[in-house]
Design a binder for this molecule. Structure first.
Ligand code: SER
Length: 314
């Protein structure tokens, strides 16, 4: 049976690739992309698109009714670094969009919701290595506070109203098709662009700042697998830890140097360093493996290889 799906924030870093992957799977016509702005030509030409503000309940409801949408993926959000500059705007966007979608599910207008959380839910008092699923959180950024609150609301809507909401805590995501915007982990994408164009890069995080990271193909596969899992297997309705690899800028630079021997890296940490200091270095994602069979496929070497090859070919 074909499912009809709506993606909010379809033109962003994750949204673009998720839209294409879901269209491939379910047929172009049944996956409606939406965003507050138009996206890449590939995305716009590949199926239905609606200009939509994720904070506007009525507008979303109209699209949901018009296309008889069953599942919503809410990918619109303001990321960590930008959110520190616009705290109220970030809170309003990140929370109101989530309530809009959760309320549509509560009122049985849609059947299933995907909402992304992040490693930003953790804070300075969280154990840094192999961060457990259940642990001290205390996020200290606006973005992290919105994601942790969102997790609590997802679990609440599931328990109280039976809403089928599913979520993962994405690590930093590395992709070549669409650039990220306003995140603390963005250096791990910028570095590839600069390595190819300038053979040098100045990192806004120090050389030893180790963070959990993931190649986009793994992130998309995780998202789709979680959404397809049998509901009775899912013990976590806040958000699952999700891991693939962990590295610091110096390790990524060393890996790039194997392909581009004269590549140079410099360090000029800025306000994003403070954010990164509060996040885990690696996460324990064994709950995701147990409950829905999560297994990453891309390590640092494979990611570096595919990033350089794909960006060169672009
Ligand atoms: N990649 C995001 C950020 O850096 C974390 O979820 O804000």
């Amino acid at each position: 049976m074909q499912k009809s799906i709506l993606i909010l924030g379809a033109c962003g870093q994750i949204g673009t690739e998720l839209t294409m992957a879901l269209r491939e799977k379910h047929g172009s016509g049944s996956v409606v992309a939406s965003d507050i702005r138009e996206g890449s030509k590939t995305l716009m030409d590949s199926g239905p698109f609606e200009l939509l503000d994720a904070t506007d309940y009525e507008a979303i409801e109209n699209v949901v009714m018009h296309y008889e949408i069953e599942e919503v993926y809410l990918m619109a959000a303001m990321l960590s670094a930008t959110a520190e500059k616009f705290p109220m705007r970030a809170w309003n966007l990140n929370m109101n969009s989530l309530f809009n979608v959760l309320n549509l599910a509560k009122d049985k207008k849609i059947d299933k919701v995907f909402w992304p959380s992040s490693i930003a839910v953790f804070g300075p008092n969280t154990p840094k290595d192999e961060t457990p699923q259940h642990t001290m959180m205390e996020p200290s950024t606006v973005y992290g506070i919105s994601k942790q609150s969102g997790e609590r609301w997802c679990e609440y809507y599931h328990k109280k109203y039976g809403v089928d909401v599913r979520s993962v805590r994405y690590p930093g995501l590395i992709s070549w098709k669409t650039q990220p915007g306003g995140g603390t982990t963005d250096y791990a994408v910028e570095i590839f662009h600069k390595a190819l164009s300038d053979k040098k890069y100045t990192s806004f995080l120090t050389e030893w700042t180790k963070l959990p990271m993931m190649y986009m193909d793994d992130a998309i596969r995780a998202t789709i697998n979680l959404m397809e899992a049998e509901p009775e297997h899912l013990q976590i309705r806040s958000s699952y830890n999700l891991g693939a690899m962990s590295f610091a800028p110096r390790e990524l630079a060393a890996c790039i140097k194997e392909h581009i021997p004269d590549f140079e890296i410099f360090y000029a940490p800025d306000f994003r360093q403070e954010i990164a200091n509060t996040w885990p270095a690696s996460v324990d994602d064994s709950k995701a493996s147990q409950d829905w069979g999560w297994e990453p496929a891309f390590d640092l070497e494979k990611t570096t290889d595919v990033m350089l090859k794909s960006l060169k070919g672009k």
